[in-house]
Design a protein around this ligand. Structure first.
Ligand SMILES: [Zn+2]
Ligand SMILES: [Zn+2]
Length: 278
């Protein structure tokens, strides 16, 4: 009974919070949409997915961030390569927040890039990119296993190089979760040159485009800075609101959000003939 109550409590905090935020954003989006919706199928698919992702995703993400760094520090005795001096005043503190966002987004950028370039990781990430009607609810269409992978690669690796307070990654995580809704909105919002400094829905929409010139571009979430540095930034034209989806025209089912990497491995073993003798 206690387990059931705990589960309901987590669902209330995780799933219901996601549903509430989504509802508010959807209302705005339906009023100021950039591209007309074909039908409600994408929204229904994504809301169904929240019942898996909203609960398990919430548990995985916060458990991972809360536990990875203390585990590395206290259990394995690993210490970061570089120590930052502790902030001495409020200006240092603000600077550190800013620095930690850019720093953590560097890891996010490379992880996201690998999710597109490494076939095994793409077998999970394509679930997110299977969205044909780009909209705010696309923000929750993420493969279940991407959550612990992201947490490990961004926060644990980030910690091993640079010592920062646990608070920074948690706030970054909350920021990414919230900003992700904004970035996926189907709204008419052209940032112009500001798009060089801050990401937005039109820039991220290009990341979801299946057109050749947009493939593997715009990996950053907050700061297009890293895309600029590594040559993957493409800024949209004023009225450019492209079609989205997979370049092979494929679709994903809800079960792909859990089982697609296993399917990928099975197909690979079959193709490579594992266990076959000459
Ligand atoms: Zn992507
Ligand atoms: Zn996206």
């Amino acid at each position: 009974m206690d387990i059931l109550l705990d589960f309901l409590e987590v669902f209330k905090k995780g799933g219901l919070r996601v549903l509430l935020i989504l509802f508010l954003f959807v209302v705005v989006e339906r009023r100021f949409f950039a591209r007309k919706y074909v039908d409600a199928s994408s929204l229904i698919f994504n809301v169904k997915w929240i019942f898996v992702y909203g609960v398990l995703g919430y548990i995985f993400t916060f458990l991972a961030v809360d536990n990875f760094i203390p585990f590395l520090k206290n259990t394995l005795g690993l210490t970061p390569l570089l120590q930052l001096p502790r902030p001495g005043n409020i200006y240092h503190e603000v600077f550190y927040w800013y620095l930690s966002f850019i720093y953590l987004e560097f890891f996010y950028y490379w992880l996201h890039r690998m999710q597109h370039e490494v076939p095994f990781l793409w077998s999970m990430h394509k679930f997110h990119h299977s969205e044909r009607q780009f909209q705010v609810s696309t923000a929750v269409r993420n493969h279940l296993f991407e959550i612990p992978i992201n947490s490990f690669c961004i926060y644990a690796l980030g910690y091993l190089i640079l010592d920062f307070q646990l608070m920074y990654p948690k706030v970054f995580l909350l920021g990414v979760s919230f900003y992700s809704y904004l970035a996926h909105m189907n709204v008419r919002l052209h940032l112009g040159r500001l798009g060089l400094f801050i990401g937005g829905p039109q820039i991220h929409r290009l990341h979801h485009s299946f057109l050749r010139q947009h493939i593997n571009k715009n990996y950053s979430t907050f700061f297009p800075l890293w895309d600029k540095v590594f040559g993957t930034l493409v800024l949209p034209e004023k009225d450019e609101y492209v079609d989205t989806g997979l370049s092979d025209g494929g679709d994903c089912s809800l079960s792909d959000g859990v089982f697609s990497p296993f399917e990928f491995l099975m197909n690979k073993f079959k193709r490579d003939g594992v266990g076959k003798r000459n």
